[in-house]
Ligand binder design. Structure first.
Ligand SMILES: [Mg+2]
Length: 236
């Protein structure tokens, strides 16, 4: 195998975060709507909620809104669209229910088990580099049973490490020994650019089929995990 170390991002790379987000939010929306005796369906509520998530994202990403403000506003705006009364505290409770339960709604992308099982029999070190809260990311890793293939010491979670993507330092931190390193991630800004800067080879797994890589780029860009496997296994 050409690569001696293969690291993966977690959300939207090893499992379908979009799908888990939808399923978890629908579950808690249904409970909330029932409690409020609202006549709107969870699906309809989620559709509007998701639109606010996307519309408000720039305020959060640019730093003009805190994470909490973003979470409160998207919940409140969705409820206001249906004339449902709610307050900031309920919004944060809703968010916290989501965060503590999203792991149980998560499923690996098709092809992940097969690839990781094959790689486990190869002389290659497997690891994860992910942003997020230590506790929440670990709960996903546990639910997805990723410990079948990843040793704890090769799992780097931003909150625990004290460095977060897109800072290339978190990639350098994981690169403590000599070797040929590969990183697989679904974001150009958070994964691809900083990993390249830290000297990794990269596979851009464009799992949400969003930003295309720059046309002059030679990095592999794929849209299914099975294609990620094909690129990696070609180097066996
Ligand atoms: Mg990701």
């Amino acid at each position: 195998m050409y690569w001696t170390h293969i690291y993966f991002d977690l959300d939207n790379t090893l499992y379908d975060h979009e799908k888990a987000f939808r399923k978890t939010m629908l579950h808690f929306a249904e409970k909330m709507l029932r409690r409020k005796k609202a006549s709107v369906s969870p699906e309809k509520w989620f559709e509007v909620f998701k639109r606010y998530c996307d519309d408000y994202w720039d305020h959060y990403e640019s730093g003009s809104w805190s994470r909490e403000t973003y979470q409160i506003n998207r919940f409140q705006s969705a409820n206001e669209s249906f004339n449902i009364n709610s307050n900031a505290e309920e919004a944060l409770d809703f968010q916290s229910n989501y965060e503590w339960n999203v792991a149980t709604f998560s499923e690996l992308f098709p092809g992940v088990e097969e690839l990781l099982t094959k790689l486990s029999n190869q002389p290659v070190l497997l690891g994860i580099i992910t942003n997020g809260s230590d506790e929440i990311q670990r709960s996903k890793i546990k639910e997805l049973r990723l410990d079948r293939w990843f040793n704890n010491e090769n799992i780097y979670i931003s909150q625990h490490v004290g460095l977060s993507k897109p800072d290339p330092q978190i990639f350098n931190y994981a690169k403590e020994e000599e070797g040929n390193f590969l990183y697989v991630g679904d974001s150009l800004n958070q994964d691809v650019r900083p990993a390249i800067e830290a000297g990794f080879d990269v596979i851009y797994f464009n799992s949400r089929d969003t930003d295309k890589r720059p046309s002059n780029s030679t990095i592999p860009e794929v849209t299914t995990f099975n294609e990620v496997s094909t690129v990696i296994l070609a180097n066996l």
